[in-house]
Ligand binder design. Sequence first.
Ligand SMILES: NC(=O)c1ccc[n+]([C@@H]2O[C@H](COP(=O)([O-])OP(=O)(O)OC[C@H]3O[C@@H](n4cnc5c(N)ncnc54)[C@H](OP(=O)(O)O)[C@@H]3O)[C@@H](O)[C@H]2O)c1
Length: 244
Amino acid sequence: MTKIRTVLITGGAKRIGLAIAKYLHQYGFNIIITYNKSKNDAEKVLYTLNNNRSNSCAIIQANFSTTKSYNSLYNKALKVFGRIDVLINNASKFYPTKIDMVNDKNWADIINTNLKTPLFLSKSFFPELKKRKGSIINIIDIHVNPPLKNHIIYNLSKAGLLALTKSLAKDLAPTVRVNGISPGAIMWPKSINKKRKKEIISKIALQRIGEPDDIAKAILFLITNGDYITGQNINVDGGRRLNM
Ligand SMILES: NC(=O)c1ccc[n+]([C@@H]2O[C@H](COP(=O)([O-])OP(=O)(O)OC[C@H]3O[C@@H](n4cnc5c(N)ncnc54)[C@H](OP(=O)(O)O)[C@@H]3O)[C@@H](O)[C@H]2O)c1
């Protein structure tokens, strides 16, 4: 068993999850990422990080829309380095569900990925995190309140994730700290047009979108310097919430 602290990041093959993986790796953590469809991207991360520092990264496939085997994911993850210190619930489904698009399939897909998985993974990982005096970080969204138009199920999933963060912070204390990071506009979704991007930027106090590393920096702070912080939700949004 290694003495190096290990972080598991769900959905870590691309975009913000990838930035978190690379950033924490630079700071000496061992990294395990889960991926669902992005096998090639996950293998690239595996190759790059292990090339940089041997035996420092592992990847595990998991589909959180359908999985029932959270314990099996936990067992696979624990076997890799013999310890888990931090669980980062980052994987997420994001697409509109106007009222007429609300159905069982969308509900299960978004709620299972964004809300059920963070709860059930927290349950599976709790004994190990307790042993390590570790922490859980949930990636939420500034749009928890006020909600994003036409995204009913996504809004519910992230509002639930905020409630989960606070519930877990109470229930897993005093050994395991649980916090949320709520990104503002960091990486545009594929569907967004130029006009909408301009509108959003005009409402951000810092007048620009953020970098994925801004999220990673807040996470590093919570892990390494946040010893007295639990149950909090930190907005990393360039001041966007000032104008919502
Ligand atoms: N982007 C932003 O500006 C922004 C703003 C507010 C909040 N956030 C939050 O920040 C986090 C990261 O954002 P992002 O834009 O980087 O996320 P993203 O690209 O939408 O999704 C991240 C990863 O989640 C994984 N995922 C999705 N459905 C899954 C499933 N059913 N099972 C397993 N994995 C699944 C995907 O893995 P595969 O590719 O391997 O399938 C994907 O790469 C998310 O929680 C998001 O809600 C982001």
